[in-house]
Design a protein around this ligand. Structure first.
Ligand code: ARG
Length: 460
């Protein structure tokens, strides 16, 4: 035999560098807390069911508590020789309480143990991510409230399309983040399930009580198929997929903010606290944190793609490939949480330039739809109205005149239905405030939606 915990059937030792290749302790030590928690629940069950004598269960429990204290105090030193967090902790327990520690692994395998640890790890952390997302949503709502009437160009194809309000724009992101929030809530359901008790893959001959363990660990449900319990990483993939979609949202917002604080746009200015300078160009103020978030989106997509690919075609049940599940999850979690925090601070502290935004809507012909709509309400078929206004826009571009600068006589030459009241429809304020359809950009609508958003936040 060799000196490994599983060394009985082995005669040859692996070289240290081979051990290093197979080890996961460098990253799965992040689950030390969860591993101890899982072991405590398991040993409580072993004692309660009489699978091991209560005195032994008590000795193991005391040892695990000592390990918890040492972990908190930063006194546990893990080693590659013991491969992963499960074997490291078991070996430490043996050092503390002697051979009785070996009874802890009765009716358990590392396969259901690692799955349990990962479920617990994510279950413990999803609430903090949801709460950070809520904070970001609150910042968006506060800003939308303050800017319900701040007029700016709305874009399609990155070309000026129709005026909207900055508040309306911000609430679009509120809605996206609300869906993200709901997706994480849904993932909580699939994370809140106990795999422990599946043992290696087939269940166990010992009279275990899985419901009791689930209660101890505050899990909502237990897996009902032992093969599924140890093979399932859907909850992790759901988390990564939600994280990737959330990053997509942040990256779109990042892109727009980066653009809007350029000299050309100058719609907003980042606070100094969320900007960086250049080591050579003294005048520079860069939106580094928005850029970094845009960049980190690629990482999180990579985390999702990595685990999807790892899981592809994997036969049931546990395969060592699945050791690759942890790093993407840990990485995506830290990355997303960091980016969400940064965006809350960045959005809360940036300065808006309402006059620059408004000015950009004056000479850009973004009121062309207003004129076409005006004609349509006067009975001109919309297609024809569209063509008439298109020709007026062309004339305006050639003569350097906006639609609202053209004389009534000139407008009437194009369409005799036009009357003096047209000019009130051609302001950006009218373009915004006439859009009262449900979900439209009218200031009154935005104010209503701000109130609704606040109600949604109150349910978080
Ligand atoms: N370190 C392993 C992992 O992360 C733990 C499970 C190992 N199970 C096994 N049968 N080798 O997946």
């Amino acid at each position: 035999m060799t000196d490994k915990l599983w060394g009985g059937r082995f005669t040859q030792k692996a070289a240290a560098w081979v051990d290093k290749f197979g080890a996961s302790i460098s990253f799965d030590q992040q689950m030390a807390h969860e591993d101890l928690e899982g072991s405590l629940a398991h040993v409580a069950m072993l004692g309660k069911t009489g699978i091991i004598p209560q005195a032994d269960a008590d000795a193991i429990t005391a040892g695990l508590h000592q390990l918890q204290q040492k972990l908190e105090a930063g006194e546990l030193h893990f080693t590659i020789a013991n491969e992963d967090i499960h074997l490291n902790l078991e070996s430490m327990l043996t050092d503390l309480i002697g051979p009785v520690a070996g009874k802890l692994h009765t009716a358990r395998s590392r396969n259901d143990q690692v799955a349990t640890d990962l479920h617990l790890w994510l279950k413990h952390r999803l609430p903090a991510l949801k709460s950070a997302l809520s904070d970001l949503q609150s910042v968006l709502v506060a800003q939308a409230d303050a800017h319900a009437g701040t007029i700016m160009p709305g874009y399609t194809h990155m070309q000026h399309a129709q005026p909207i309000t900055y508040g309306h724009y911000l609430l679009a992101y509120f809605e996206m983040f609300q869906r993200d929030y709901e997706r994480f809530t849904f993932t909580q359901k699939h994370t809140d399930m106990l795999p422990l008790g599946a043992a290696a893959l087939a269940g166990t001959t010992f009279p275990i009580d899985r419901e009791f363990v689930a209660e101890q660990l505050d899990f909502d449900a237990v897996y009902h198929n032992s093969l599924d319990a140890v093979s399932d990483r859907d909850f992790a993939l759901e988390f990564l997929s939600n994280a990737a979609i959330l990053m997509q949202h942040l990256s779109r917002l990042a892109e727009e903010l980066i653009l809007w604080c350029t000299y050309e746009f100058n719609y907003i200015e980042m606070s100094d606290a969320f900007s960086t300078g250049s080591s050579i160009m003294p005048q520079k103020k860069n939106a580094d944190f928005a850029e970094l978030t845009r960049g980190k989106t690629g990482r999180v997509y990579g985390d999702l793609m990595g685990l999807l690919t790892t899981m592809k075609s994997l036969p049931l049940a546990y395969n060592k490939d699945m050791q690759e599940d942890k790093e993407p999850i840990f990485d995506a979690y830290d990355t997303v949480l960091g980016c969400v925090h940064i965006f809350s601070g960045m959005l809360e502290s940036l300065t808006v330039h309402p006059e620059k935004m408004h000015d950009a809507t004056i000479k850009d012909f973004s009121n062309a739809t207003e004129l076409a709509d005006y004609l349509a309400t006067k009975g001109v078929p919309f297609r024809q109205a569209h063509e008439i206004v298109g020709e007026l826009v062309l004339k305006g571009i050639q003569s350097g005149q906006s639609l609202q600068d053209m004389s009534l006589a000139d407008l009437q030459k194009a369409a005799p239905q036009i009357e003096a009241d047209v000019y009130t429809d051609l302001t950006s304020e009218a373009a915004v405030n006439r859009r009262t359809s449900l979900g439209g950009t009218a200031v009154a609508n935005v104010e209503k939606e701000v109130a609704r958003a606040k109600q949604i936040l109150a349910t978080h």
